[in-house]
Design a protein around this ligand. Structure first.
Ligand code: NAP
Ligand code: MG
Length: 403
């Protein structure tokens, strides 16, 4: 056998929790280290280590990602009250994804992994649809109030020079509710650049949609910022790459998406992206067949799976039972990160390996060997449901032949 593939620059490796942490180790042992001399800078984002470092490890990992440009992240627990008890935490640490996203100022792109044998619920969809979700502001940073006795609600802005502008929201003559939302030009511009860069990277068209006919200032601002940045920085590059950017109304976008055959990036405002990514993931099959990458406006990439730590499977694993947990999204986080590292370092062996790893994975499923979640969706005859480890070994059997 040939020598192992070398890596010139470290990949930032962020380990995580529960079943995905188990899968993480298996993927490395069975599918990576036999072929690649993995050069990673390791950060343990498992909850115990986040507690021990007072979450400094998450910040260090995000800063390392900025330094090196590419990271791969395992799913992690976002603690709630139960987890605080379970892990004896001194604090309800924040979501690592939120912390990393704030440091990298990124946009999250989610793409379904399409395989033969699992038909999307929308039969016209032949190619994946990538959702790009703006991850800052709007209803996620809102201020809301119940107005139990009615009254006059106003928007008031005090400028730095002390001047005040105000606008009546509504004069209530009975009980009601109000909500204040915001976003910033800077965040919208970062979102726009991340989307344009990703479209160029993927050589796919970019769609963007809001409700600017109704929201003539708020949503219109999104539309204008996208259009200004496109015209001044990206139009020529899009023409050269023979891809298209277009803006349309959100209702029109939804109708077009359903009738399309896929193969483009759909940029969504925060709420639209939250809802539409669940719709797209479900319609394509499953969260365990969804890749997710955070891209910063400066071109830093963090790859992960779109699902969580698969807690119920982990507890079964701890009891010594075999689980049939789907490792595809975690595996594609690794292959995505290795491919990107290869592209940045001009390492064609690493790129080829990443492609072959994905090919072997898809081939395994298309030949009817899959985990339980997929077997429940697949129409392949004589399909075989295997446990977590066997699935990875089956991929390895095919990978060896491809290499
Ligand atoms: P989850 O881990 O995504 O799992 C929800 C359910 O979906 C599972 O119980 C399982 O169903 C199914 N599922 C998800 N991924 C699967 C896979 N790879 N293979 C097979 N089945 C899979 O979500 P959760 O249970 O709501 O959250 C668990 C923990 O993950 C939480 O602590 C949460 O904070 C964390 N989380 C982390 C991230 C992240 O780091 N990106 C994202 C979301 C959630 P069955 O049990 O019915 O088989
Ligand atoms: Mg959601």
């Amino acid at each position: 056998m040939a020598d192992n593939i070398q890596m010139s620059t470290p990949l930032v490796e962020m380990d995580g929790d529960e079943m995905t942490r188990i899968i993480w180790k298996m993927i490395k042992e069975i599918l990576l280290t036999p072929y690649v001399d993995l050069n990673t800078e390791y950060y343990d984002l498992g909850l115990e280590h986040r507690e021990a470092t007072k979450d400094q490890v998450t910040i260090d990992a995000a800063n390392a990602t900025k330094r090196y440009g590419v990271a791969v992240k395992c799913a992690t627990i976002t603690p709630n009250a139960e987890r605080v008890k379970e892990y004896n935490l001194t604090q309800m640490w924040k979501s690592p994804n939120g912390t990393i996203r704030a440091i990298l100022d990124g946009t999250v792109f989610r793409t379904p992994i399409v395989v033969k044998g699992i038909t999307p619920f929308i039969p016209t969809w032949k190619k994946p649809i990538t959702i790009a979700r703006h991850a800052y502001g709007d209803v996620y940073k809102n201020v809301e109030m119940v107005v139990p006795q009615g009254g006059k609600a106003e928007l008031v802005v005090t400028a730095p020079d002390g001047s005040v502008s105000r606008e009546t929201i509504h004069a209530f003559d009975g009980p009601g509710i109000i909500q204040g939302q915001h976003n910033t030009d800077q965040s919208i511009a970062s979102f726009a650049r991340a989307c344009f860069n990703y479209a160029l990277d993927q050589k796919q068209d970019l769609w963007f949609a809001t409700k600017d006919t109704i929201s003539k200032q708020y949503d219109h601002r999104f539309k204008d910022i996208f259009s200004e940045i496109y015209a001044s920085e990206y139009e020529d590059k899009f023409n050269d790459a023979k891809i298209e950017y277009f803006y349309t109304l959100i209702d029109d976008a939804v109708a077009r998406v359903v009738r399309s055959d896929g193969g483009y990036i759909w940029a969504c405002k925060n709420y639209d992206g939250d809802v539409m990514s669940d719709m797209v993931a479900t319609a394509f099959g499953s969260l365990a067949m969804m890749t997710s990458v955070l891209v910063s406006p400066t071109g830093v990439y963090e790859y992960e799976a779109a699902h969580g730590t698969v807690q119920r499977h982990y507890y079964r694993h701890l009891k010594g039972e075999k689980t049939s947990t789907n490792s595809v999204a975690t595996l594609f986080a690794w292959s995505g990160a290795l491919r990107k590292r290869g592209e940045l370092d001009n390492n064609s062996d690493l790129i080829a390996f990443a492609n072959q790893l994905e090919q072997a994975t898809i081939q395994t499923i298309e030949e009817g060997v899959m985990t339980g979640d997929l077997a429940a969706l697949s129409w392949i005859e004589n399909k075989k449901t295997v446990d977590t480890e066997t699935f990875l070994r089956e991929i390895n059997d095919r990978l060896v032949k491809l290499l």
